[in-house]
Design a protein around this ligand. Structure first.
Ligand SMILES: Nc1ncnc2c1ncn2[C@@H]1O[C@H](COP(=O)(O)OP(=O)(O)OP(=O)(O)O)[C@@H](O)[C@H]1O
Length: 355
């Protein structure tokens, strides 16, 4: 695998205000990346910088080892061989589906265009829709056509800016998975922008969690969930609560749910107060346990229950229990802590809550 995109200490600003700070990350050929973060964190600005629509105020963007942006110089978007897919599809309503897809390859022979359109229609699962007009298609079908149109010229990189956010929530994840499969079949390298972590998890191989213009972690979905390296990442990804703990030694933290074993950061000393990240799937009801939590809230989700439980100290934890484990509000549940990874952060004053 070769390195296709390299973002090297890039900063970007508007009118002298920096909104993307010193970002470095790289994408190998065929890998799908994602810029994930809350509204206003700078993800669209970074994507537009990769596309060549915004200039970098510091650092460099490289495509295939070639500098395409650096302070004071920007290769125009049309010379980057980069495709874009937007939130609003931007299909031409007066052109048929086939004509829309062929739009980006106008310079090719009519036979080559026809073959590429046929190939892409098959790839997106709409082989018979060439003569149809966009208005006759569903939102999901239109978005797949927008992806096919962007893929037609075989861009070296495909950039997707919130492409699923106009869809119903229940369709989004499925469409993200479908489009991912389409890109993987053609070995396309892509970068998605989204604020929706389910979409990011369904779509991307690697995800950059961004806050206030800085990339806090560039990692797999699994590691972001199980091994967040920053408190913001722990808060933003998945659900959970921070449990009060005290470092006992290099391997153990004492909490009211018992002693937890794992790797303690070098910076933590015995006796230090810490917050321990506890995910809902780390806590299981266990009749043999002497530790109890009181049910404060419960949400039935079909396959399971999500309980919010108050411990003796007043700290709360979430507990994902099987769907037959039906406890009443106010009931005291015996609990067991079953950890895979110990994630701790130096104690922070104020509410220790994760989404
Ligand atoms: N053209 C512009 N001129 C001035 N400021 C801008 C411009 N575009 C974006 N900004 C500001 O830059 C910051 C980052 O915006 P950006 O659109 O990159 O964030 P985002 O993470 O994509 O947010 P959203 O998910 O809401 O689109 C915000 O404070 C925004 O107000």
């Amino acid at each position: 695998m070769t390195r296709l995109l390299e973002i090297d200490h890039v900063s970007v600003g508007y009118d002298g205000t920096t909104v993307v700070h010193d970002v470095s990350l790289a994408l190998n050929t065929g890998v799908i990346g994602c810029l994930l973060g809350p509204s206003g964190c700078g993800k669209t600005t970074l994507l537009r910088t990769i596309a060549g629509f915004e200039p970098a105020s510091a650092g460099r963007v490289l495509l295939d080892g070639q500098v395409v942006s650096q302070a004071g110089w920007t290769l125009p978007p049309e010379r980057r061989q980069v495709g874009m897919v937007f939130q609003d599809f931007a299909l031409f309503p007066h052109l048929t589906v086939a004509e829309n897809i062929a739009f980006g390859i106008r310079g090719q022979s009519s036979r080559a265009r026809r073959e590429r359109v046929t190939e892409l229609l098959r790839l997106i699962g709409l082989p018979d829709y060439g003569p149809a007009y966009p208005h006759a298609l569903s939102g999901g079908q239109q978005q797949r056509i927008a992806v096919a149109r962007a893929m037609a010229p075989r861009p070296r990189l495909l950039l997707l800016d919130e492409p699923f956010s106009n869809m119903d929530v229940e369709l989004r994840e499925g469409l993200a998975r479908e489009v991912r499969a389409i890109l993987k079949q053609e070995d396309i390298t892509a970068m998605l922008v989204t604020h929706d972590q389910n979409e990011a998890f369904a779509f991307a191989d690697r995800i950059a969690v961004i806050n206030a213009g800085r990339v806090l972690q560039w990692d797999t979905a699994y590691n972001l969930y199980h091994k967040p390296i920053a408190r913001f990442v722990a808060d933003f990804i998945g659900q959970g609560r921070m449990l009060t703990g005290t470092v006992r030694n290099k391997h153990e933290v004492e909490t009211e749910l018992g002693t937890i074993t794992g790797r303690i950061p070098e910076t933590c000393q015995p006796g230090d107060p810490v917050d321990v990240l506890v995910r809902p799937d780390d806590i299981q009801p266990d009749d043999s346990s002497p530790i109890f939590g009181e049910v404060m809230e419960k949400a039935f989700r079909g396959a399971n229950f999500l309980y919010t439980l108050r411990l003796g100290s007043g700290d709360t934890v979430l507990c994902l229990a099987p769907s037959h484990a039906n406890y009443a509000l106010g009931e005291r549940i015996p609990l067991r802590l079953g950890f895979n990874h110990l994630v701790i952060f130096p104690r922070q004053t104020g509410p220790a809550m994760v989404s």
